[in-house]
Design a protein around this ligand. Structure first.
Ligand code: HEM
Length: 408
């Protein structure tokens, strides 16, 4: 019998109904931090823990090409995206991003996003109430575009933000709304790439736009217009997606108001650990997937070449062995005990320079630190609303989107 059709029961349905809890539930029933299962018609091996991270990010073990299911590739990343490449092709494409998203670029994005935030707040205070998630998406879309050098008329920011959010929101359940959003944004950015190359639009020197338009891939050729547009989108879309964490910041401040004081006082070390705890505690990426490059054995469990290998991101960020009392929100757990590279993995593990780990992690942390301080200083009330965060929905967020009233 073909190994890919061995009779292990397919678990795609429980995955869809249990969401973030699916792998942690299976891990609880297993003897070690490893589970053999079957999803999407393939055998799968799910792992977690720092050693598992190193195993997962070793290209001799796990490949990405053709690993991401079509609905996710089609709506979230784009078929031509860096996420879907391996080996030399991946390293050449990743070279576009690394200098653009490096530590010295963080301040520039923080400046643009906080400026967009400060411009937006007076309008929030003129309304009875605002949904923070929606407003943060507009702020991050404006700030992200300005920083990347991608033109965006002020009046177009709300509709563009809705498209950015729809692409991320549809990653597990792509439908026409999500596909139309991607189509619109890819068309807009494809036209922009054409205009920059034709010299009718000027890309600011050193900007993300200039670099992506001028980048040559492993074959020495310029990226075709569509691929360049997809990679531009792979910067401005995740910048908008930081809105999920902004809603979680406000949720954490509402549940634990004692953290307002150090944040509002500008305690930089506390802002960093608060941000880490928000990214650890709240659910965003459930797991990451790749394909076994050869027959693989991990902790006594086996998966054949071509089977799925899943890294249990949410489970690892809530692993009792790593964090102790993992379901308690305690930012100070990171004070004096910085998180190891392969321990805290809300944006992937390993080395972003050589593997697929998110190259935007430093930017995300920088923006969240700055916005956490602004939220802590802002005056607002949190009216009666549904603040539950359903774990079966991927990606999830507080049901109300975090309604804030009387903003000052
Ligand atoms: C909400 C905040 C963010 C989250 C949760 C997030 C999460 C992730 C994850 C899980 C990956 C894949 C890791 C892997 O496959 O091993 C990734 C990759 C990536 N992220 Fe982020 N990210 C965020 C923000 C950003 C930002 C702000 C940028 C850029 C401005 C960015 C750019 C990228 C790129 C280009 C990749 C592809 C890397 C590759 O395949 O080599 N991300 N991100």
């Amino acid at each position: 019998m073909d190994v890919l059709s061995r009779p292990v029961i397919d678990r795609t349905l429980p995955l869809l109904t249990e969401g973030y809890a699916w792998l942690p539930n299976r891990m609880r029933d297993s003897s070690g931090p490893v589970v053999r299962t079957r999803i999407l018609g393939r055998p799968a091996l799910a792992l977690r823990g720092p050693e598992a991270v190193r195993f997962f990010y070793d290209e001799r073990n796990v490949h990405r090409h053709r690993a991401i299911p079509e609905p996710v590739l089609g709506t979230l990343f784009g078929r031509e995206a860096v996420h879907n490449l391996d080996g030399a092709a991946h390293r050449a494409r990743k070279a576009v991003f690394l200098p653009l998203l490096a530590p010295e670029r963080v301040a520039g994005l923080v400046e643009e996003v906080t400026a967009a935030w400060d411009e937006a707040v007076p309008a929030w205070s003129r309304r009875c109430a605002v949904v923070l998630f929606d407003e943060a998406a507009v702020v991050l879309t404006r700030g992200g575009h300005r920083w990347a050098g991608v033109p965006l008329a002020d009046g177009d920011a709300p509709a563009t933000a809705r498209d950015m959010i729809a692409m991320v929101d549809g990653f597990a359940s792509a439908g026409p709304r999500h596909l139309r959003a991607r189509g619109r944004q890819e068309d807009r950015l494809t036209r922009l790439v054409r205009e920059v190359r034709a010299g009718t639009v000027t890309a600011p020197e050193g900007s993300v736009l200039a670099r992506v338009c001028g980048h040559r891939d492993a074959d020495g050729e310029l990226l075709d217009e569509k691929t360049a547009a997809v990679e531009l989108l792979n910067v401005v879309r995740p910048a908008a997606a930081v809105a999920w964490f902004v809603a979680f910041l406000a949720h954490a401040l509402h549940r634990h108001p004692e953290h307002r004081v150090p944040l509002g006082d500008g305690d930089a070390a506390f802002a960093t650990v608060f941000t880490h705890e928000v990214r650890r505690f709240y659910p965003f990426v459930p797991f990451l997937g790749g394909l076994a490059a050869r027959d693989l054995m991990w902790r006594g469990e086996w998966v054949p070449a071509g089977g799925l290998v899943l890294l249990d991101v949410y489970g690892q960020n809530h692993d009792e062995l790593l964090w102790g009392d993992p379901y308690a929100f305690r930012p100070r757990r990171f004070l004096g005990r910085p998180a190891g590279r392969d321990e805290l993995i809300p944006q992937g593990g390993g080395d972003p320079a050589t593997g697929h780990r998110c190259p935007g992690e430093g930017l995300t942390v920088g923006v969240l630190e700055a916005l956490a301080a602004r939220l802590a200083r802002m005056e607002y009330t949190v009216p009666e609303q549904n603040l539950t965060i359903p774990l079966h929905r991927v990606p999830t967020r507080p049901r109300s989107g975090l309604l804030m009233a009387d903003v000052r």
